[in-house]
Design a protein around this ligand. Structure first.
Ligand SMILES: [Zn+2]
Length: 458
């Protein structure tokens, strides 16, 4: 029986392969990949031309979060063979491998249209500041009524973000509750609506290890996790309520490919460096021995490892020595992608090679995505996107792209817009910036000088 079943599976896979080849051929015949993919967005400025096999038309083709019977759906990832699993009421898998490694899986059985490929989009910081909170207050009911809504900040970019499988954002500030008083700089506490916006926009990977995670003390972290529990679809990284949870490999699965998500911060405004933290799990700090343990454990059970790093010198484009050191360290550990944040402005994306010769793509700084700031450097952020393509043993990162974006308003709603969707006149008419006269030229020069090693599409 086993061999008969094996032949059936092989026959199905061959059929799928054949159909894929036919589909690809038909697509190419119809002029696919012919340069029209991004042309339809009428980019007004394009600093780097995408080559003909650049990012595909996934934004229109992907069917997100639709569990259909794709070839990979429902097949236990190979590294989890022999594990014992249970599924909780939220559909999250809790498992233990034969070697005793505990893990969770978000999205078991969820597939997109493209078998063997998983797409990712990453945004920078969502911060509750003295600037962003009044705007979010005005978005919900009347000002001062205690209601907040951050979702409208994302109204222009949410459809784009929703077209990807893995959707990352950095949540900079905690949610300690209204009774503690909401506050911006320098000790932040923001409304619970921050979590709702992240869930509503559709992000599913959330960094929660920042220098502000301890701003409202241990109770602030516990209160934040109580809020996160209302959104079980979100995989929260870098902050946990127990040592056991930190040592559990938390994964998100798409097309039968598993991605572990780890997150760390260089330090904390109150406790200093990781060595002074009250424990190693409320916030995961920069401790190479612990990071290596986490990564090795994750690589035992996951097909790929994505690491979020909160690091860098604020308002500085160039990566600092600590960033470069840890980037090489993560390259040596053979992780699959590094997503950085903290500088409040964008920092370059570079390929970093470690001492062992491994190379990893490092987005040093995603910048502030939703902050309400009004300095031109700070309103410039972007969306990083890439494909992870199954290679039989793990994944290859392909088609990395940086899409610059800005917080923008014409006097009405304040929201994030991608530069590729704007004219120069619109960019220059932004009422949110107060320090630069010619925004479009300034932003273009800034991006040209940033030292990006991946295509920038604007
Ligand atoms: Zn920070």
């Amino acid at each position: 029986m086993a061999s008969s079943r094996g032949w059936k599976i092989a026959a199905v896979l061959m059929t799928v392969l054949l159909l894929a080849v036919i589909a690809c051929g038909a697509y190419l015949l119809m002029g696919g990949f012919g340069g029209s993919g991004f042309g339809r967005d009428l980019p007004i400025e394009q600093t780097v031309e995408l080559d003909s096999d650049g990012p595909s038309d996934i934004y229109e083709m992907a069917v997100d979060d639709v569990a259909f019977e794709g070839p990979a759906a429902g097949i236990l990832p190979a590294k989890l063979a022999g594990s014992t699993e249970t599924v909780d009421e939220d559909g999250i898998v809790h498992g233990v491998t034969p070697d005793g490694i505990r893990y969770t899986v978000h999205g078991r059985g969820v597939s997109s249209q493209d078998a063997g490929k998983v797409t990712l989009v990453a945004a920078g910081d969502q911060i509750a500041t003295d600037n962003s909170m009044p705007i979010a207050d005005a978005y919900a009911g009347s000002v001062g009524d205690g209601k907040y809504d951050f979702t409208p900040f994302y109204q222009d970019v949410a459809p784009f973000i929703g077209g990807f499988d893995l959707r990352y954002i950095n949540q900079e500030t905690v949610m300690a509750g209204a009774d503690r008083g909401f506050s911006g700089y320098p000790v932040f506490n923001g409304p619970d609506a921050q979590a709702r916006a992240i869930a509503d926009v559709g992000f599913n990977l959330v960094n929660f290890a920042t220098n502000h995670t301890y701003d409202m003390g241990l109770a602030g972290i516990e209160r934040s996790h109580a809020v996160w529990e209302g959104y079980p679809e979100l995989l929260i990284g870098g902050s946990y309520l127990s040592q056991e949870d930190r040592e559990t490999v938390h994964m998100i699965e798409r097309n039968g490919i598993t991605f572990a998500f780890l997150a760390y911060t260089y330090g904390d405004n109150h406790y200093g460096t990781a060595a002074n933290f009250p424990n190693s799990y409320y916030v995961c700090g920069f401790d190479k021995a612990l990071i290596e343990q986490d990564v090795r454990r994750a690589q035992e059970v996951a097909d790929a490892v994505i690491v979020s790093m909160h690091w860098g010198s604020e308002y500085t484009v160039e990566p600092n020595a600590q960033q470069e050191e840890y980037a090489r360290f993560l390259a040596d550990l053979d992780v699959d992608l590094v997503l950085g944040s903290h500088a409040h402005i964008m920092q370059p994306t570079k390929y970093v090679t470690g001492d062992t010769g491994n190379t990893v793509l490092v987005i040093y700084g995603l910048s502030d995505f939703v902050s309400g700031w009004t300095l031109t450097d700070c309103i410039l952020s972007g969306l990083f996107t890439c494909d992870f393509v199954w290679n039989g043993e793990g994944v290859d990162l392909e088609n990395p792209v940086w899409y610059p974006a800005i917080e923008w308003s014409d006097g009405g709603d304040v929201r994030v817009r991608m530069l590729k969707d704007m004219t120069e006149a619109e960019i220059d008419a932004n009422t949110r910036t107060r320090d630069v006269g010619n925004d479009s030229k300034y932003l273009r020069d800034f991006l040209d000088a940033a030292g990006m090693e991946i295509p920038v599409v604007m």
